[in-house]
Write a protein that binds this ligand. Structure first.
Ligand SMILES: [Zn+2]
Length: 402
């Protein structure tokens, strides 16, 4: 009898022990607000100065997005992570590479691209976000260009060169990756550069940027503070903080998870974008649907990362068709789906808006789904039967808003 009782209690005691071992992630998963609706945002980076053909690519994207509506009548919103300048190749060549000169997005060479961006914003299908004054740190780019013929050729190839073709490490703006591992930038230089990029964004779009997306997701607390001081209220993250490039050139990231709605430096709010929709790299509509299903079960927004190269290069027709199919399938599977900009979504988190669920059952279900994603916990839960209990709690399909 006593043995039977002990055996009966042993398993729940083991489960409790496992939960206690993971009390940090479990508490964080519980505290992160739960969305009542499935939410989809396509986050498209690197737009801005480029070859003239990008204007038509933007027009085609706007037309594709404009053909769809959610249950409230809203079109899909593609956020555009905007780069605000390229090198002024002529001026740099004239200065014999002694000084850097920028060609801003307001230059006549980019007039058609800027007009296409503005037109999509007016139509409600594009939402501008600050990606950076440049997709590199100019002083580092100049230093490398003086010793590297390929980078020098890129620097002098303006006005429409594409930053995607730069070495990956140089595409990180907020660290000096001229040598690896990268070194931090001086804080005074950071403050000046942030002030400059926010001012230009304000001049072009009529307001300071609400959302910033750090190039290659490398940024430091000093950069974050500077953005907050300049009025930026939302920081897009990959779910962790990466502050530089390691000796192999990989992003150097901390272990701490960042959550949707979490407050950062100066009251900035984090959003998490950790799934992808890059058709050129093989991410098809079905993969997008899988991400939407998973995030919906977790009561989280589905923020899908994509880049302009999908829609401007050789694969653009395929990519557009895939986007079209993905939007169509998403709306068919989730009638309660909501399209929104990242800035509006962040406002829901900040203000505990009406999209945030207060229901215990809904929150418990989302918590169970979230815990299923915690790597070592999920394995232990599977091995001990706790996973079965959690899967019983994870009852949301997202097909209907709760
Ligand atoms: Zn980028």
């Amino acid at each position: 009898m006593a043995w039977g009782l002990a055996a009966l209690l042993a398993l729940p005691a083991l489960w409790l022990l496992i939960l206690l071992l993971f009390v940090g992630p479990a508490w964080a998963a519980w505290r992160e607000p739960v969305l009542r609706h499935p939410v989809l945002i396509i986050e498209s980076d690197d737009w801005g100065p480029g070859p003239p053909g990008h204007a038509e690519a933007l027009d085609r994207l706007a037309a594709c997005l404009g053909r769809h509506r959610d249950g409230t009548g809203r079109t899909p919103v593609m956020t555009l992570g905007l780069i605000l300048s390229l090198p002024d190749s002529e001026a740099i060549a004239a200065a014999h590479l002694a000084t850097y000169h920028a060609r801003p997005i307001t230059d006549p060479a980019y007039a058609d691209i800027l007009a296409a961006i503005q037109s999509g914003i007016r139509a409600g299908v594009f939402a501008p976000q600050l990606h950076g004054m440049a997709h590199y740190w100019p002083a580092t780019l100049m230093a490398v260009a003086r010793r590297d013929a390929d980078v020098r050729a890129w620097l002098l190839a303006g006005p429409g060169q594409e930053t995607e073709t730069l070495p990956s490490t140089l595409q990180s703006r907020w660290t000096d990756a001229g040598a690896l591992p990268s070194r931090p930038l001086p804080e005074t230089d950071i403050a000046a550069a942030v002030t400059e990029e926010v001012a230009l964004y304000h001049a072009v779009f009529g307001a300071a940027p609400a959302v910033v997306v750090p190039p290659t997701f490398v940024w430091t607390r000093a950069v974050e503070s500077a953005w907050a001081r300049q009025g930026v209220s939302v920081l897009m993250t990959p779910g962790r903080r990466c502050t530089g490039r390691d000796a192999q050139g990989r992003p150097a990231c901390g272990p701490q998870a960042l959550r949707n709605g979490q407050a950062g430096e100066g009251g900035i709010i984090y959003l998490v974008r950790d799934r992808y929709f890059e058709p050129v790299r093989g991410h098809r509509a079905v993969a997008g649907l899988d991400a939407l299903a998973e995030k919906t079960r977790q009561g989280r927004p589905c923020l899908l990362e994509t880049h302009r190269f999908n829609f401007t290069g050789n694969g653009q027709a395929d990519a557009l068709a895939e986007l079209e199919g993905f939007l169509h399938l998403s709306l068919a599977r989730y009638p309660g789906l909501r399209f929104v900009s990242a800035a509006e979504l962040a406002a829901q988190y900040r203000q505990q808006g009406d999209w945030i669920s207060k229901g215990f059952r809904t929150r418990l279900s989302a918590w169970a789904a979230r815990m299923g994603q915690v790597p070592r916990f999920a394995r232990l839960a599977r091995m001990t039967g706790l996973g079965l209990v959690l899967s019983r709690l994870d009852t949301r399909t997202g097909a209907a808003a709760t």
